[in-house]
Design a protein around this ligand. Structure first.
Ligand SMILES: [Zn+2]
Length: 148
Protein backbone atom coordinates (compact mmCIF):
# COMPACT_ATOMS: atom_id res chain seq x y z
CA UNK A 1 0.00 0.00 0.00
CA UNK A 2 1.53 3.36 -1.05
CA UNK A 3 1.64 6.42 1.12
CA UNK A 4 -1.43 8.18 -0.37
CA UNK A 5 -3.60 5.09 -0.20
CA UNK A 6 -2.44 4.52 3.34
CA UNK A 7 -3.39 8.09 4.22
CA UNK A 8 -6.82 7.73 2.64
CA UNK A 9 -7.30 4.49 4.48
CA UNK A 10 -6.37 6.10 7.77
CA UNK A 11 -8.73 9.00 7.10
CA UNK A 12 -11.72 6.78 6.39
CA UNK A 13 -10.80 4.58 9.32
CA UNK A 14 -10.65 7.64 11.55
CA UNK A 15 -13.96 8.85 10.14
CA UNK A 16 -15.80 5.59 10.82
CA UNK A 17 -14.30 5.44 14.30
CA UNK A 18 -15.62 8.91 15.03
CA UNK A 19 -19.01 8.00 13.59
CA UNK A 20 -19.36 4.89 15.72
CA UNK A 21 -18.21 6.75 18.82
CA UNK A 22 -20.77 9.51 18.19
CA UNK A 23 -23.52 7.03 17.44
CA UNK A 24 -22.77 5.27 20.71
CA UNK A 25 -23.06 8.57 22.57
CA UNK A 26 -26.35 9.41 20.87
CA UNK A 27 -27.83 6.03 21.60
CA UNK A 28 -26.99 6.49 25.26
CA UNK A 29 -28.98 9.74 25.06
CA UNK A 30 -32.00 7.79 23.86
CA UNK A 31 -31.60 7.96 20.08
CA UNK A 32 -32.74 4.92 18.10
CA UNK A 33 -30.84 3.42 15.19
CA UNK A 34 -33.03 3.31 12.09
CA UNK A 35 -33.11 0.58 9.47
CA UNK A 36 -32.55 3.22 6.77
CA UNK A 37 -29.33 4.89 5.71
CA UNK A 38 -28.39 8.48 4.83
CA UNK A 39 -29.03 9.46 1.21
CA UNK A 40 -25.84 11.52 1.16
CA UNK A 41 -23.20 9.34 2.80
CA UNK A 42 -24.83 5.93 3.36
CA UNK A 43 -24.35 5.99 7.10
CA UNK A 44 -27.05 4.46 9.32
CA UNK A 45 -29.52 7.11 10.45
CA UNK A 46 -30.47 7.88 14.04
CA UNK A 47 -33.76 9.19 15.31
CA UNK A 48 -34.80 10.88 18.53
CA UNK A 49 -38.50 10.57 19.41
CA UNK A 50 -40.47 12.39 16.70
CA UNK A 51 -37.58 14.48 15.45
CA UNK A 52 -36.13 14.33 11.96
CA UNK A 53 -33.77 11.52 11.04
CA UNK A 54 -30.26 12.41 12.10
CA UNK A 55 -27.04 11.51 10.30
CA UNK A 56 -24.05 11.95 12.62
CA UNK A 57 -21.65 11.59 9.69
CA UNK A 58 -23.15 14.48 7.69
CA UNK A 59 -24.08 16.68 10.61
CA UNK A 60 -20.93 16.29 12.70
CA UNK A 61 -18.08 14.30 11.19
CA UNK A 62 -18.28 15.61 7.60
CA UNK A 63 -19.45 19.07 8.62
CA UNK A 64 -16.85 21.67 7.53
CA UNK A 65 -17.02 23.64 10.79
CA UNK A 66 -17.99 23.05 14.38
CA UNK A 67 -20.85 20.60 14.96
CA UNK A 68 -23.31 23.32 15.93
CA UNK A 69 -26.48 23.61 13.92
CA UNK A 70 -26.62 26.42 11.39
CA UNK A 71 -28.79 29.43 12.17
CA UNK A 72 -32.25 28.64 10.85
CA UNK A 73 -32.86 32.13 9.49
CA UNK A 74 -29.95 32.20 7.04
CA UNK A 75 -30.59 28.64 5.85
CA UNK A 76 -34.25 29.20 5.01
CA UNK A 77 -33.43 32.51 3.30
CA UNK A 78 -31.19 30.81 0.76
CA UNK A 79 -33.38 27.70 0.44
CA UNK A 80 -37.01 28.75 0.44
CA UNK A 81 -38.14 25.17 -0.25
CA UNK A 82 -37.07 24.17 3.26
CA UNK A 83 -40.14 25.87 4.68
CA UNK A 84 -42.53 23.55 2.90
CA UNK A 85 -40.43 20.59 4.05
CA UNK A 86 -40.86 21.74 7.62
CA UNK A 87 -44.62 21.93 7.18
CA UNK A 88 -44.74 18.41 5.77
CA UNK A 89 -42.77 17.19 8.80
CA UNK A 90 -45.41 18.66 11.10
CA UNK A 91 -48.16 16.83 9.19
CA UNK A 92 -46.25 13.54 9.08
CA UNK A 93 -47.71 10.40 10.70
CA UNK A 94 -44.84 10.37 13.19
CA UNK A 95 -45.84 13.70 14.72
CA UNK A 96 -49.50 12.64 14.68
CA UNK A 97 -48.35 9.69 16.71
CA UNK A 98 -46.63 12.06 19.14
CA UNK A 99 -49.84 14.08 19.45
CA UNK A 100 -51.75 10.88 20.11
CA UNK A 101 -49.29 9.93 22.86
CA UNK A 102 -49.57 13.42 24.37
CA UNK A 103 -53.39 13.25 24.36
CA UNK A 104 -53.20 9.92 26.10
CA UNK A 105 -50.80 11.25 28.75
CA UNK A 106 -52.95 14.35 29.39
CA UNK A 107 -56.06 12.16 29.69
CA UNK A 108 -54.33 10.03 32.29
CA UNK A 109 -53.30 13.11 34.27
CA UNK A 110 -56.87 14.45 34.14
CA UNK A 111 -58.17 11.17 35.48
CA UNK A 112 -55.59 11.24 38.23
CA UNK A 113 -56.38 14.87 39.11
CA UNK A 114 -60.14 14.20 39.24
CA UNK A 115 -59.61 11.28 41.60
CA UNK A 116 -57.28 13.36 43.76
CA UNK A 117 -59.78 16.22 43.72
CA UNK A 118 -62.62 14.09 45.06
CA UNK A 119 -60.47 13.04 48.02
CA UNK A 120 -58.81 16.43 48.53
CA UNK A 121 -59.49 17.94 51.94
CA UNK A 122 -57.92 21.39 51.86
CA UNK A 123 -59.03 24.38 49.80
CA UNK A 124 -55.50 24.91 48.58
CA UNK A 125 -55.25 21.37 47.31
CA UNK A 126 -58.59 21.65 45.52
CA UNK A 127 -57.52 24.89 43.94
CA UNK A 128 -54.26 23.41 42.64
CA UNK A 129 -56.03 20.37 41.25
CA UNK A 130 -58.63 22.54 39.54
CA UNK A 131 -55.86 24.60 38.00
CA UNK A 132 -54.24 21.40 36.78
CA UNK A 133 -57.52 20.15 35.30
CA UNK A 134 -58.02 23.48 33.55
CA UNK A 135 -54.52 23.35 32.08
CA UNK A 136 -55.06 19.75 30.99
CA UNK A 137 -58.35 20.66 29.31
CA UNK A 138 -56.71 23.55 27.45
CA UNK A 139 -53.80 21.35 26.40
CA UNK A 140 -56.21 18.69 25.21
CA UNK A 141 -58.14 21.21 23.13
CA UNK A 142 -54.90 22.49 21.56
CA UNK A 143 -53.77 18.93 20.79
CA UNK A 144 -57.12 18.03 19.22
CA UNK A 145 -56.79 21.05 16.95
CA UNK A 146 -53.47 19.75 15.62
CA UNK A 147 -54.94 16.28 15.18
CA UNK A 148 -57.65 17.46 12.80
ZN1 LIG B 1 -25.05 11.33 5.96
Amino acid sequence: MDKITQEKYNKSRERSDRISALMGQYMLKGYRMLGSTCEVCGNVLLKYRDQEDYCVACKEVDAPSAPVSRPVGSASASHPQQRSELISVVKSPTSQNAVHTAVHAVNEKMLWASQALSSALSTGECQQLCELLKTCAETLRALREIQQ
